[in-house]
Design a protein around this ligand. Structure first.
Ligand code: FE2
Length: 286
């Protein structure tokens, strides 16, 4: 085409990707180009604005490395990550939430009940629940992959003072789908504030940098959709303004004192009461 105009350039750009052999990739790319063009038309994107956007994306790339993805953070703070989680959630299953940057494949396996406290400071708590299908039947072959931050707000990867794989594990549920984790109460923490996602976008918008305290968990079981989600603390001050839009009502749990002298002894608490958060997971069929 030798005469590209405002009227035909979008169709030309979309059509130029018609040769992509994979149908889904073709749909993703052509639809993206269509929406990018519609965006530029709607806001009447100027040349200086386009250059500023390119420079911003350059900075996002410059600060990213194998341990740090500013692109993921950009996706998180614009709500895109959470939107994808919600699109992937089954209406009858436990909703998904942000994976975040601190999951590592191959966490150590622990027996169920799992004991993660070790030398960690912090409030000692129990997390208990069951894994079921959307029909409520227990999934006895389910596996939990669990991780959280320490009492200083840091995950072990960012804190040389913590032992490797501190406060994380993989574990199997019991025959009733039950699990129990003795751990410490996680604390709120801030998203990175030294990169362009915060400096150029989130901070100037007057938004906060805090995430409410949460446990991370990936729940998987044969024949079911894997669930990536988070569990929040009903008493957390940042529930209403999570910097990355991860909170869902169904994922908010409350610590309640339960009479359990044996568990108190396991946790090293005077007993007989133990603070317990109960949270069940419902997995959708694959
Ligand atoms: Fe987290």
């Amino acid at each position: 085409m030798r005469n590209l105009t405002l009227d035909n350039i979008t169709a030309a750009a979309v059509d130029s990707f018609a040769g992509l052999p994979d149908a889904r990739q073709r749909e993703l790319v052509q639809t993206l180009v269509r929406h990018l063009h519609a965006y530029a038309r709607e806001v009447k994107l100027s040349h200086p604005e386009w250059r500023a956007a390119m420079a911003f994306l350059h900075r996002v790339g410059d600060i990213s490395n194998a341990e740090r993805s500013e692109f993921s953070l950009l996706s998180d703070v614009t709500g895109l990550s959470s939107l994808v989680d919600l699109l992937g959630s089954h209406p009858q299953a436990t909703p998904g939430s942000v994976l975040g940057p601190f999951h590592t494949v191959g966490s150590p396996w622990k027996d169920n009940p799992a004991h993660l406290i070790g030398d960690n400071a912090g409030e000692r708590v129990l997390l208990r629940g069951r894994v079921t299908g959307t029909d409520g039947q227990p999934l006895k072959d389910a596996v939990l992959d669990f991780w959280q931050n320490a009492a200083n707000g840091l995950y072990w990867q960012l804190d040389a003072a913590q032992p490797r794989d501190n406060l994380r594990c993989q574990m199997r549920v019991d025959l009733q789908g039950g699990y129990e984790i003795a751990t410490i109460r996680p604390v709120p923490y801030q998203i990175p504030t030294d990169g362009p996602a915060w400096v150029d976008l989130v901070e100037p918008a007057g938004r906060g940098s805090w995430r409410p305290a949460h446990f991370h968990v990936i729940v998987s079981a044969p024949g079911h959709r894997t669930l990536v989600t988070e569990l929040f603390d009903a008493e957390d001050p940042y529930l209403e303004r999570d910097a990355v839009f991860g909170v869902r009502e169904a994922l908010i749990g409350r610590y309640a004192e339960e009479h359990d002298p044996a568990a108190a002894q396991r946790l090293g608490l005077p007993g007989p009461g133990v603070p317990v958060m109960r949270m069940d997971f419902r997995l959708a069929p694959a």
